[in-house]
Write a protein that binds this ligand. Structure first.
Ligand code: NAD
Length: 274
């Protein structure tokens, strides 16, 4: 299966489509990860707060795919901000994953009211230098938070993982990322399934002989984003990985852009306290 990759600073190549495991029960995770890898997936997005890192590590080992061929992302839990806590937190994640490095480590939420993320980021830079993570990035950071990191003299995050789907497109955030060389990862890329009945999408699906989910994922990929839709069903997992050959022209992409309602499905990073 053909899955395009985006090079990150430091020589790591990030597969543009992967598997997200938020809300996959810990006991089911190894099986689902193994199924995805067997279907050609080489990118898994987990987090300390998802409580399924052990299953992710087990699934990778069970798959027989060499560890170095899988791009593994995990994220710092909201209660682990601060320099020393962050160092300890990644050590715990590595133990649960059963690996000695991850490919990408993210600050899960900025929690601006706590005002700790800049100090946390210093620890992330140390963890990268120590080889515990190949790349470092952030999640749910607003442009104002990214400006703050820059003012503190920190390295530019390789990626920012934000809520982004046809109903909530955040074009100003994406413009900021592009201007600063930050890769945009789109979480809830399918709006948790809520957008798939939109007529624009069902029409495009019929026209291209694909599913509405595939059309949305192809739109993300063609717009240069990274996605890791969540599914626990083998047929949907395979369907979601198989989108790189879908050709949408600019008018079709713009029609999907036009579904934007500025409507979040998740928390607002400005006020979310963890
Ligand atoms: P999603 O947009 O991936 O939607 C998943 C849901 O869409 C599934 O539960 C299913 O109902 C439906 N679906 C999936 N594939 C389908 C298909 N082929 N056909 C029809 N319906 C289909 O939403 P998500 O799970 O919230 O997000 C994906 C990943 O993003 C998560 O697993 C996680 O890794 C990441 N995420 C990160 C954050 C963050 O704060 N950084 C927050 C939420 C999610």
């Amino acid at each position: 299966i053909d899955i395009p990759r985006i090079p990150l600073t430091g020589g790591v190549a990030l597969p543009q489509v992967g598997l997200g495991v938020f809300q996959i029960p810990p006991g089911d995770t190894a099986d689902i990860v193994r199924t995805a890898l067997a279907a050609g997936c080489r990118h898994v997005d987990t987090a300390q707060m998802y409580r399924n890192e052990e299953g992710v590590g087990q699934g990778i080992r069970d798959s027989g795919v060499p560890r170095e061929d899988v791009f593994v992302t995990t994220k710092l839990a909201n209660d682990a901000h601060g320099h020393d806590n962050a160092i300890t937190a990644l050590e715990g994640s590595l133990q649960r994953l059963g690996t000695d490095y991850v490919d990408l480590y993210l600050i899960h939420w900025p929690l601006p009211a706590k005002d700790k993320f800049a100090r946390t980021w210093e620890a992330f830079e140390e963890l990268q230098r120590a080889g515990k993570t190949r790349a470092i990035g952030v999640s749910n950071f607003r442009p104002v938070d990214l400006d703050r990191l820059a003012e503190e003299g920190g390295a530019v995050p390789a990626v920012n993982q934000i809520e982004l789907h046809p109903l909530f497109r955040q074009p100003e955030a994406e413009r900021y990322h592009r201007a600063h060389g930050i890769v945009t990862e789109a979480w809830s890329p399918l709006a948790q399934g809520d957008v798939l009945g939109a007529e624009v999408l069902t029409d495009l699906a019929a026209k291209h002989g694909r599913t509405a989910a595939q059309i949305v994922l192809a739109w993300h990929v063609l717009r240069g984003r990274v996605v890791f839709p969540k599914s626990a069903h083998p047929d949907r997992i395979r369907e979601n990985l198989d989108v790189a050959d879908i050709e949408l022209d600019e008018a079709e992409l713009a029609a999907i852009d036009g579904l934007d309602e500025g409507r979040r499905t998740g928390p607002d990073p400005a006020t979310f306290q963890g």
